[in-house]
Design a protein. Structure first.
Length: 307
C-alpha cells in the first residue's frame, strides 16, 4: 500500500463555466501523490462553455485534462459518458472519482478518499459536501436545512449521492451498459438508484468524513420555494426507488404510509410551528413537501429539477 493508485476524476458540466474554472483550479491544489487524470464532459453541445474553459487551461494544467462533449441532454448521459471514457482510458485507472461543476475539493480530499478505500478494502467511498453560501447571513443559510448527512469514517451500508464519490474501476466496469439510469435524467436520483443496485450486488461501501468537498450555493438556492421543491423531489425519489427495489406492493404500501404520515404531520404541526418562528414553520413545510412528493410518485408525477 505504499504506491498511490491511478485515479481518473470525472466532472460533468452544464452551463457553469465559472464553477468549472474554480473546480479545476482547486483540483490543481490537490496534494495527491499518485497519477491523476481529469475528464470533463460538457453536456451543452450548443454553447460548449465547459469545453472552452478546458481548452483555455489544459495546456498548463498540472494533470492530464481532456474534455468530451455529450450531445444528449441530461445529467445521466454526461455521467455515463465520463464513466465509459474513464474505464477505457490507457493506462487504466484503479479508481474513478466524481465531482460536480458547482463543487470544489479540499486539498486533502483525494488523498483521504484513497486512504479510506484502501484501509477498509471497499468498492465505493463517499464523503460530505458542505454548502458555501453567497449570502451566509440569510436565515435559510443559517437554518441547517442545507447541511449534509454525515457518518463516522469507516464502513457504511450504502452512500446516497455522487457529488463526492470514489469507486473501483473494476466495479464500475460491470455497470457500463447504463450505470446511471436515464429514467432519472431530469429528476435526479440516478446515483441513489446506482448505489442501491451496487448494494444488492454485494458491493461494499465506506464513508470518508475528512474527505471534504464544498458546494457553491447561490441566492437562488436560499429561497423557500427552492428548498420545498427539492424536498418534494426527494420524496418522489424515495418512493420510486422503494417501489423498484422493495417490490411493487411493499414499495407502494411503504410510500403511501410514509407519504400520508409526513404530509399529515407537516400540516398538523403548522399551528404550533407558527408560534416558534420561521425555522419551525419551514421544518413543518419540509415534512409536508416530502410527503406530497411521495404521494405524487404513486401517480408517476415527478419534478424534473434538471430539465
Amino acid at each position: 500500500m505504499t504506491e498511490s493508485p491511478r485515479v481518473c476524476l470525472c466532472v460533468p458540466t452544464f452551463r457553469r463555466p465559472e464553477g468549472l474554472r474554480k473546480l479545476l483550479a482547486d483540483v490543481e491544489r490537490l496534494n495527491y501523490a499518485g497519477p491523476l487524470d481529469v475528464i470533463v464532459v460538457d453536456n451543452d453541445a450548443e454553447g460548449r462553455e465547459g469545453a472552452a474553459i478546458v481548452e483555455a487551461v489544459a495546456r498548463a494544467f498540472r494533470f492530464p485534462l481532456t474534455c468530451i462533449v455529450e450531445p444528449r441532454r441530461g445529467q445521466t448521459y454526461a455521467y455515463n459518458c465520463a464513466f465509459a471514457h474513464a474505464c477505457r482510458a490507457t493506462p487504466a485507472p484503479d479508481y474513478v472519482a466524481v465531482l460536480d461543476d458547482d463543487e470544489y475539493p479540499d486539498p486533502n480530499w483525494l488523498t483521504e478518499m484513497i486512504r479510506v478505500a484502501r484501509t477498509f478494502g471497499v468498492d465505493i467511498v463517499g464523503g460530505p459536501v458542505f454548502p458555501v453560501f453567497d449570502n451566509p447571513d440569510h436565515w435559510l443559510a443559517k437554518s441547517g436545512f442545507h447541511a449534509p448527512s454525515r457518518n463516522a469514517t469507516g464502513p457504511v451500508t450504502m452512500i446516497f449521492g455522487a457529488g463526492n464519490m470514489l469507486i473501483r474501476r473494476s466495479v464500475l466496469e460491470d455497470y457500463l451498459d447504463e450505470p446511471f439510469a436515464h429514467a432519472y435524467a431530469y429528476t435526479g436520483g440516478s446515483d441513489y438508484d446506482f448505489f442501491w443496485r451496487c448494494r444488492n450486488d454485494g458491493r461494499s461501501f465506506a464513508w470518508a468524513d475528512d474527505a471534504q468537498v464544498f458546494e457553491t450555493t447561490p441566492p437562488s438556492r436560499t429561497t423557500v420555494g427552492y428548498v420545498l421543491r427539492r424536498k418534494f423531489r426527494n420524496g418522489t425519489e424515495a418512493t420510486r426507488l422503494e417501489r423498484k427495489f422493495l417490490g411493487t406492493a411493499a414499495g407502494a404500501w411503504r410510500g403511501w404510509c410514509i407519504g400520508l404520515g409526513l404530509l399529515g404531520l407537516g400540516i398538523a404541526s403548522l399551528p404550533l410551528a407558527a408560534l416558534r418562528g420561521r425555522r419551525a414553520i419551514m421544518a413543518s413545510l419540509i415534512r409536508a413537501a416530502r410527503g406530497a412528493g411521495r404521494i405524487a410518485a404513486e401517480f408517476d408525477l415527478h419534478y424534473e429539477q434538471y430539465r
